[in-house]
Design a protein around this ligand. Structure first.
Ligand code: ADP
Length: 428
């Protein structure tokens, strides 16, 4: 075998450093630098472990760093160097504040770092090779693992300490192994809760004074003070706008704190008729409004929240479609059994690069157009939250100058066909 020179070692160390730095920086771009470092270090550790195993330095695959016998036919200096690099990496992963658990194809923990004790309650050496699904059975994290853990899990209570909040992801490694990463996000979760409380409290405190001001402004008759008629009109419009922002913020914070939609059958026919009436009232005859009910199916969920989501979509269509345009409200059941509520307009449309950001709070394509039409910039945020409580999502298609289609897609489990209402059980 070729002898390893010091130059080789330097190149190896440089490669390793570059790998760790590159992945950490890339992950840093999405504010996941620590998780990126954990992943890069863990992957490098696995690679080193595998290299050592190839050299027959480890008795078993995985992580059993016992002192290896020097195999005949291998360069002892290379073996020592690999072992030192392996230890250095293992120490780096061990020092991470995130829990890192290497799992085999049967979800057995092949190796985990000390943080896994604090975050997941895993004890060494007792729980090495334990089935993690069994070990965490009965907890939300155990359910997630048992269900295949295909999506990352955010803001979950730690298995043995509900005050501690974790964010988890499961990353495939090679053909069969997987890496479980768990991160303590308790501080972030607390800050997020503080933000929610603050917005809810401020909105709540502003509601009463705004109602009083609005009430007095309504009492003042511009004809009594003609010189102030213009000012009075502006004051009324602005106080109405503020009141609408406060109402929308309160709706959003209610949706954020609610844990799930109430489970009641919601009759779609009257809801759709109400939406059409609302659209006509807002349009004042400026648009052609049609209703296409293609399925008699109803929905399981909260009438209030479904109405809030759908009416926001309808009012946007009216507000962002110039006079003479048309608006179609459509309710249908798709082939896979899911439900689709669509609002199709022939309005201004939205340039493609704005679409992914429309559901952010206060995000507007054109601020002046939104304000002029009485918008608060919170409508689609409310839609997104109300839909996600129904495990539904929004799909937006739009062509500038041609119009937009906003579709709320409901899972088949929430669809209720007439006649099945008495015995059907909704699945959230
Ligand atoms: P707003 O109160 O400003 O309407 P929304 O959250 O409801 O706030 O919508 C965000 C932005 O998305 C709007 O400001 C508008 O630019 C754009 N938008 C929403 N619906 C439509 C639509 N049907 N046609 C064109 N643009 C739309």
């Amino acid at each position: 075998m070729r002898e390893a020179s010091p130059r080789h070692s330097l190149i190896r160390a440089l490669l390793l450093g570059t790998w760790l730095l590159a992945v950490t920086l890339l992950a840093g771009l999405v504010q996941q630098a620590l998780a990126g470092f954990a992943l890069a270090a863990a992957l490098a550790l696995i690679w080193m472990s595998w290299s050592m195993h190839r050299l027959r330095c480890l008795p078993t695959p995985g992580f059993a760093p016992s002192a290896p016998p020097t195999p005949s036919g291998h360069d002892p200096r290379r073996v020592r160097r690999l072992a030192a690099q392996f230890r250095a990496l293992r120490n780096a992963v061990a020092a991470l504040p995130d829990a890192v658990v290497l799992l085999d194809e049967h979800c057995h923990a092949l190796w985990f770092n000390p943080a896994s004790d604090a975050l997941l309650g895993l004890r060494r050496p007792r729980e090495l090779r334990c089935d993690l699904r069994e070990r965490l059975r009965g907890t939300l994290i155990g359910d997630w693992l048992a269900a295949g853990a295909s999506e990352p899990l955010h803001d979950m209570p730690a298995p043995h300490d509900a005050q501690r909040r974790l964010s988890l992801s499961l990353i495939p490694v090679g053909a069969t192994q997987r890496l479980l990463l768990a991160r303590d996000i308790s501080t972030l979760a607390r800050l997020e809760q503080m933000r929610r409380d603050f917005v809810a409290n401020v909105s709540h405190e502003l509601r009463t004074p705004l109602t009083v001001i609005h009430g007095y402004l309504e009492l003042l008759d511009p004809e009594d003070v003609p010189q102030l008629a213009g000012v009075l009109g502006d004051m009324r419009a602005q106080s109405k706008r503020m009141a609408q922002i406060v109402e929308d913020l309160l709706t959003l914070s209610r949706l954020e704190t609610q844990s799930g939609a109430s489970e009641e059958p919601v009759a779609m026919a009257p809801l759709l008729a109400t939406l059409r009436r609302e659209a006509e009232a807002l349009s004042q005859g400026r648009h052609r409004i049609t209703l296409e009910v293609e399925t008699p199916a109803n929905l399981f969920g909260s009438l209030k929240d479904l109405h809030s989501a759908c009416s926001n979509l309808v009012s946007n269509a009216v507000r962002y479609t110039p006079s003479g345009g048309s608006i179609r409200i459509r309710w249908q059941q798709l082939e896979d059994g899911s439900g689709a509520f669509s609002v199709i307009d022939t309005g201004y449309g939205i340039p493609a690069h704005h679409i992914s950001r429309l559901t952010e709070r206060f995000y507007r394509v054109s601020s002046s157009r939104s304000r002029d039409s009485g918008g608060t910039g919170l409508g689609l945020s409310i839609v997104k939250h109300a839909l996600s409580m129904h495990q539904a999502r929004i799909e937006i298609r739009s062509e500038p100058g041609q119009g937009s289609t906003f579709t709320a897609l409901f899972p088949a489990a929430r669809m209720l066909l007439p006649g099945a209402s008495d015995n059907a059980t909704p699945r959230g």
